[in-house]
Design a protein. Structure first.
Length: 163
């Protein structure tokens, strides 16, 4: 593997460079999810539970429909995971005030504690990587992630700056 700190490689589109990036993404994701996966396993939860808990925590009062759009999964897939999280007291569901067919979601106290534990491990890991890489590299990293993101999800960041 070539030295990552040697400066920009003008041949970044070559097969070897692209394959190295694929491997780095794989190993980075594995490291990024390892601690949360361990925490989740203590509850009998998986990554689908993590995604639901994260986005409900990030957007209190989110509708089930909006959560489905964000996650890009089927109603059936969400139903299984969400049902378990509601039943076990991690998420609360309330009816919409204007449309009683809507189900609004928010984390219960138990869910907020779990979301914090999961996110804290990832926040620490990202902060360390950001510090070691520097502001210019972080901006480049964000640009790459943005450009890897499907257009429908990019709009969330275009409209709000962050999401």
């Amino acid at each position: 593997m070539s030295d990552l700190k040697s400066g920009p490689n003008p041949l970044f589109l070559r097969e070897e460079e692209l394959r190295q990036a694929i491997e780095l993404l794989y190993f980075a994701y594995r490291g990024f999810t390892a601690e949360p996966d361990q925490i989740l396993s203590d509850y009998g939860f998986g990554r689908a539970h993590h995604r639901v808990i994260y986005f409900v925590g990030r957007h209190p009062g989110i509708t089930v429909s909006e959560l489905l759009r964000i996650l890009g999964i089927t109603k059936q897939s969400l139903s299984r995971v969400l049902g378990q999280l509601v039943q076990e007291g991690f998420i609360r569901q309330t009816m919409g005030t204007r449309d009683r067919r809507q189900r609004l979601l928010e984390l219960a106290e138990k869910g907020r504690a779990l979301e914090k534990a999961l996110t804290d491990t990832q926040r620490v890991r990202l902060a360390q990587a950001f510090r070691e890489s520097g502001a210019e590299a972080v901006e480049g990293f964000r640009a790459v992630l943005y450009n890897l993101t499907d257009e429908v999800y990019r709009r969330r960041f275009d409209a709000h700056g962050t999401s």
